[in-house]
Each structure stands twice: as structure tokens, then as C-alpha cells.
Ligand binder design. Structure first.
Ligand code: PEP
Ligand code: MN
Length: 355
């Protein structure tokens, strides 16, 4: 399905890449909101974010200041001239935001994953012309993400954007939410005129990752960034570890290299970046496979079994050789890759047996 879209275009906000939205995870106090907003405005930020209603994983965390905070966002608009944006998760949030003159609404990852909530929000927005940014759902499901955008679009809203904030996974290694860049890249392929912003704060989960993720998003041709920035990040009431001060944000943005999409060397760099990404995934998946092999090693030791089970080994080589050739690779090449993997697995299991 085609979406009927119009550019978000905001007066006074430069149209070139990247569109920047910044502000704290949550509006906490009037002082924190105003101080952060003033500092960001001084750095030239034009769109201010702050969560008013916060979806927390467990009860008892800071669930947002609520309606009271909308007055602070109005004050930010009045004093700094910045546009303001906040998260809406139900019809009541939508009405409150429209009443308060919030300029842009965003839909959080947990809400995008829920078609009932999305439809309720879409219905509440019928006949309203306000830009809406839809975060990806927590689970890596592109159709669900597109479905959420379609619901808003079907309600007549055309100024839409998507925010890539990574995908939840049980295995938290480097990232709080795995980037799985191929998903927003596929979204771009499916809906080319939909602006896509990256949220490095929720992908990384820690401040050191904000700068490299911003750069990566720019290198992948994202249209903008939404970054959590707080006047005193360590004391933030939510997402303290991933927020940066307005000063640090300014530093990060100034160092960003914005490459144009069209020169041939850029295309080459992009392909190489994709290769690096693949290689990273290969190493991660190999490491995971080795961890499982070591578990099998422990099992074999406990049950007095031999490390090498020829039947199983042949089965792997044949099956993967055949699968490889179906995927356009030489079956012998795939077999030799699996021989090398198997050799290392055996070495690791023997280590365990001899411990
Ligand atoms: C947020 O932006 O603070 C937030 C709650 O994000 P997400 O919906 O991506 O988890
Ligand atoms: Mn947050």
C-alpha cells in the first residue's frame, strides 16, 4: 500500500539533513525543562522533545509528570521559539496535546506494537493536521511498523515520519535495543518518501554510543536524529545513562560528517559499511554458536560421550552445503567454512572435556 505523504516542513527549521530533535527523556520539573530547553536553543536546536507520559517496564518507576508538564512545553515554545514534541499513547494524550498546542506528536515503541492503541490514536487524530512520528515497534516487525503508519495516514494525516529506536532482545550485549539496520533500510525501500529519524539514545542505552550511532545513521542516509539531552543527565529520573548534556550534544553534532547520497565513492563506502556490518554479525553469531558448543561439551562430559559424532558432522556438512548452493554459493566453499567452524568447536569441546 502507498502512503499519501507530505513533507513535514517547519518554518525556521532548515530543510537539509539532518533534522534534529533533542530534549530530555522526561519532563521532570519546570526548572529542568526550562534549563535544558534554554541550553539547547542556545546551541541552535529547533525542536524540543520531552516525555510527559512515560511507559515504564515496571510499576513504581517515574511514570511521567502528566498534563502539568504540557504547560512547561508551552513555556518552552513561548520563551525559546522551539517547536515541541511529546509522546502520545492513547486518545486522552492526543486531546491534551492538541489542546496545549504541541507541534509534533510521537508514538512510542510499545504503542506502535499495539494495533488497538494505534487505531484509538488514529481515530482521535481524524481531521487534524499535525506531524506524527512513529517509532518502530519493540519487536522487529516491519509490517507492524508500516501498519501503524497506515492507520495514522488513513485518518488523513500526511505529515508523517518514522523513528528507528532499535529492537528489544533478550541478549543485551552492546546495545540496549539492537539496531537491525536492515529493517529501517527496508522501510526506506518500501516507502521512499517517508522521512526516517534515528534515536541513538534508545538504541545505545549508554551515552558513549550516541555519537557513533548518530554517524552511522547519517552514513545510512537517515533524514534526522532524535537525541535525549538533559541539563544534568546523571540525575535524570528516567534513562539517565543514555542522556547527554546540551554541550555534549552540540559537540557530537558538530563532528558529524554528513555525506551526500549520490557520489560514487559514497556508494562504495556505504557498501563497505554494509560489509562491516555483515562481518560484525558473522562474528557475533559464531561466538553464539561456540557458546552453545561449549554447553554441548559439558553435557557430553557429564554423560561420558565422545566429542566427535561423525553422523552428526556429516549431516551438518551435507545440509549446509546444499543450502549454500541454493543461495548461490559454491557447495564446496560452504562445506569448507563449516569444516573450519567444526574444527574450532571440537577444539573448544576438547578443552572442556580435559578441564
Ligand atoms: C522515549 O523516547 O523516551 C521512549 C520511551 O522511547 P521508546 O518508545 O523508543 O522506548
Ligand atoms: Mn527515554
Amino acid at each position: 500500500m502507498e502512503l499519501d505523504l507530505q513533507p513535514i516542513k517547519l518554518e525556521g527549521v532548515p530543510e537539509e539533513r539532518p533534522l534534529i530533535i533533542a530534549g530530555p527523556c522526561s519532563a521532570e520539573t519546570e526548572e529542568q525543562v526550562m534549563s535544558t530547553a534554554r541550553q539547547l536553543a542556545d546551541k541552535g536546536i529547533k525542536i524540543f522533545r520531552a516525555g510527559i507520559w512515560k511507559p515504564r517496564t515496571k510499576p513504581g518507576g517515574f511514570e511521567g509528570i502528566g498534563v502539568e508538564g504540557l504547560a512547561w512545553l508551552k513555556e518552552v515554545k513561548k520563551e525559546t521559539g522551539m517547536y515541541v514534541t511529546t509522546e502520545v499513547a492513547n486518545a486522552k494524550h492526543v486531546y491534551e496535546c492538541l489542546k496545549a498546542g504541541i507541534d509534533i506528536l510521537w508514538i512510542g515503541a510499545r504503542t506502535t506494537a499495539n494495533p488497538f492503541a494505534m487505531q484509538e490514536i488514529a481515530d482521535a487524530l481524524k481531521g487534524v493536521d499535525v506531524p506524527v512520528l512513529v517509532k518502530n515497534p519493540v519487536n522487529p516487525d516491519l509490517e507492524l511498523w508500516i501498519g501503524a503508519l497506515e492507520r495514522i495516514n488513513n485518518a488523513g494525516l500526511k505529515r508523517l515520519g518514522a523513528i528507528h529506536r532499535g529492537f528489544s532482545s533478550y541478549d543485551k550485549k552492546i546495545y540496549r535495543n539492537l539496531p537491525q539496520w536492515h529493517i529501517p533500510i527496508e522501510l526506506r525501500r518500501r516507502i521512499p518518501n517517508l522521512p526516517i529519524l534515528c534515536d541513538p539514545s534508545h538504541i545505545g542505552g549508554k551515552r558513549e554510543l550516541v555519537a557513533p550511532l548518530c554517524q552511522q545513521a547519517m552514513d545510512l542516509g537517515f533524514d534526522g536524529l532524535i537525541v535525549e539531552s538533559h541539563c544534568n543527565p546523571d540525575c535524570a529520573w528516567s534513562d539517565a545513562k543514555q542522556q547527554v548534556t546540551p554541550d555534549v550534544l552540540d559537540y557530537i553534532l558538530n563532528l558529524l560528517v554528513i555525506r551526500s547520497e549520490h557520489s560514487t565513492t559514497e556508494n562504495l563506502n556505504e557498501l563497505r559499511r554494509q560489509i562491516d556490518e555483515c562481518d560484525n554479525e558473522l562474528i557475533e553469531i559464531l561466538a553464539k554458536r561456540m557458546r552453545i558448543c561449549r554447553e554441548i561439551g559439558t553435557f557430553k562430559k557429564e554423560h561420558n560421550m565422545t566429542v566427535l559424532q561423525t553422523g552428526r558432522y556429516n549431516e551438518i556438512l551435507d545440509k549446509r552445503g546444499a543450502q549454500g548452493s541454493l543461495c548461490g554459493m559454491d557447495a564446496d566453499f560452504v562445506k569448507s567454512v563449516f569444516e573450519a567452524i567444526h574444527e574450532e568447536s571440537v577444539r573448544q569441546q576438547i578443552e572442556i572435556l580435559n578441564k
